[in-house]
Design a protein around this ligand. Structure first.
Ligand code: TXA
Ligand code: MG
Length: 295
């Protein structure tokens, strides 16, 4: 399986790769033809930058101008894992990947098949989530196949364990800005940096992919808490578990599976809202919902 993926990638094809967060649609970072294919197949606008995946810090260093002490500490604590760090890029990073920005987002995914693949290629892979633009990210092989039919070879790494995309942070001299929340939380980051560095949320156009509407199912999605009065037969319903780790893992599968003819209803407990482990999940729900009686 890995051999086939290597062969295709070395022949300027794109390949869907497993990661612990969601499946990615990968191209070698030095292959302009394949990079352009990623945008084309995804129907993704060229202003939305791709994340670069490496297999080691050593492979990461030549891609950035400065891998500072903050980046070193976060890499030590969270790589391989669901944390993408955005840093000043070197000339080795094609500006197609960064959508013309002078900074690049990089992570080491925590999936042995993909780490092995990158090592064998001896080349980092640029990969956005393997879904069409604005659609829900895939966490199973079947999701990728639904999205692209047989147009794309999928390296089968089983179901994704984390289930929502990585936390994306901007690394600066003495600050960390969270552009996209995920399962590595603001608390995790603060703890790792021992409160010596300011860690804060930062919503701005520097993360151009952070559109308001995303992940939207075809049927209208309503989000409510347990006080909401509804008729069971009117909805496809998911009562979210109390454990955010389970919710994140199943979220995109539920968004797909419950998207039948009826409107979708997600019921969750308001008391979770303040726990940082829910930040990433609530961020996705806000983008996916049609209306809510929750936020
Ligand atoms: O977990 C993940 O991050 C998955 C797996 C495949 O690694 N990838 C993923 O990629 O979610 P994508 O392309 O769907 O989302 C990447 C987002 C961009 O939309 C943008 O918001 C942010 O990461 N990003 C990437 N590069 C950036 C940069 N140079 N500056 C600011 N934001 C960046
Ligand atoms: Mg995406």
């Amino acid at each position: 399986m890995t051999d086939k993926a290597i062969q295709l990638l070395n022949n300027s094809q794109v390949v869907a790769i497993p990661t612990e967060t969601v499946y990615g649609l990968a191209a070698k970072i030095d292959d302009e033809k394949a990079l352009n294919q990623v945008f084309q197949i995804k129907e993704r606008p060229f202003f939305d930058p791709l994340i670069v995946h490496t297999s080691s810090v050593e492979m990461t260093l030549p891609l950035v101008k400065d891998f500072n002490d903050i980046a070193k500490k976060l890499a030590q604590d969270f790589w391989p894992g669901p944390l993408t760090m955005v840093m000043d890029k070197s000339d080795q990073v094609n500006s197609i990947i960064t959508a013309g920005l002078d900074r690049v987002g990089i992570r080491i995914p925590n999936h042995s098949l993909t780490i092995d693949l990158i090592k064998k290629l001896n080349c980092p892979l640029a990969a956005p989530s393997a879904n069409k633009f604005k659609k829900t990210s895939p966490t199973k092989v079947a999701h990728v196949k639904d999205e692209f039919n047989d147009k794309v070879y999928v390296l089968d790494g089983g179901d994704c364990e984390v289930g929502i995309e990585s936390t994306v942070v901007g690394i600066f001299e003495s600050e960390v800005h969270i552009y996209r929340p995920g399962m590595i939380t603001i608390e995790d980051l603060k703890k790792s940096l021992e409160n010596r560095v300011a860690v804060k949320y930062h919503q701005s156009p520097v993360a151009p992919g952070q559109l308001e509407h995303h992940y939207m199912p075809k049927s209208p999605l309503t989000i409510c808490d347990e006080t909401f009065d509804y008729k069971k037969e009117d909805y496809s319903i998911w009562k979210l578990p109390n454990d955010p780790i389970l919710v994140a893992r199943d979220l995109y599968t539920k968004l797909r599976e419950l998207d039948d003819n009826r409107p979708i209803l997600f019921i969750l407990n308001q008391s979770f809202k303040k726990e940082p482990k829910w930040d990433g999940i609530l961020n996705r729900l806000k983008k996916a919902k049609t209306k809510d009686y929750f936020f």
